[in-house]
Ligand binder design. Structure first.
Ligand SMILES: [Zn+2]
Length: 289
């Protein structure tokens, strides 16, 4: 499935890699269960809640850019979710007429296993190779360092097979700070979830959007910025980043694209006169394609 959204002159397609179930207590971190229980989020038998896996395909300045590659088909990651995630991103691309070799640029917000799964896949001999064989893969230098030198806390989510084949194939491009892919598509620093977590700003003909990566797993975490997740490696920094991003999204009327909100993960933030924030889901203006 794919949802088309026109942003200025940009054609955005939200593609889903399926649904990923994550431990709800971990999603809500230090927030007591009696508070997040009021949201009445359905949980499975493993106390997991459903998260979207929304990737974004953008065509800009002649380039086909894929932001985030989902959980992919790595069995040990898929199996952590009950039921296992479907891994539908490549089917979605095919349905909109995009072959893996058509993708020019891949961007990962960070390298946790549910964000870069389709970066690679096994070839016929069982070796992992880049899925998008013509693409440059843009990854923040510090994130690459963290992923290739994991510690006992981060090791389980940084899969060597998702990342090392990119370097071996010469398709890895390490980036520092704000990086323009085109005049309309810019990778920006949004630290906290990991030290070098990135988001992607999209701007065209006076309209703006931000793809926020793993800044939140549920929209309530945008409304209540103190609600930071246990997955954040640097929670207080994550909170400060989120406050700045939410402020700008309200002031600039940015469309927010949230990877883990229910498909297609589009929404807008607003503020009541007494300072309460509100997330409103937005339907893709081009409908389902
Ligand atoms: Zn993450």
């Amino acid at each position: 499935m794919a949802a088309r959204h026109r942003l200025g002159n940009l054609d955005l397609l939200v593609l889903s890699d399926g649904t990923y179930y994550q431990d709800a207590g971990a999603v809500f971190g230090v927030v007591p269960r009696i508070m997040w229980e009021r949201l009445a989020i359905p949980l499975n038998e493993r106390y997991q809640m459903a998260l979207g896996l929304n990737s974004l395909l953008v065509r800009s300045a002649g380039k086909t850019i894929l932001i985030e590659t989902g959980v992919g088909d790595k069995e040990r990651v898929r199996a952590q979710s009950s039921p296992a995630s479907e891994g539908t991103l490549l089917d979605g691309l095919r349905a909109v007429g995009v072959r893996p070799e058509d993708v020019d640029v891949v961007v990962n917000s960070h390298l946790h296993a549910d964000h870069c799964g389709w970066n690679t896949r096994a070839d016929d001999a069982g070796s992992f190779v880049p899925t998008f064989r013509r693409a440059r893969y843009l990854i923040r230098r510090g994130e690459w360092e963290a992923a290739t030198h994991p510690n006992e806390r981060t090791r389980a989510t940084y899969l060597p097979e998702n990342i090392l084949p990119l370097e071996a194939a010469g398709q890895l491009e390490l980036i520092d700070g704000e990086t323009k892919i085109t005049d309309e598509v810019i990778v920006v620093d949004t630290p906290g979830h990991t030290a070098d977590h990135a988001s992607v700003l999209l701007a065209s003909a006076g309209e703006r959007a931000i793809y926020i990566g793993d800044m939140v797993q549920h929209s309530v975490q945008l409304e209540r910025t103190a609600w930071v997740s246990s997955f954040d490696v640097f929670p207080l920094q994550a909170m400060e980043t989120k406050k700045a991003v939410v402020r700008r999204a309200i002031d600039e009327r940015e469309l927010v694209v949230a990877v883990h909100c229910p498909y297609p993960g589009l929404g807008r933030l607003s503020e009541t006169p007494d300072g309460k924030r509100r997330w409103t889901p937005v339907e893709a203006n081009g409908g389902e394609v």
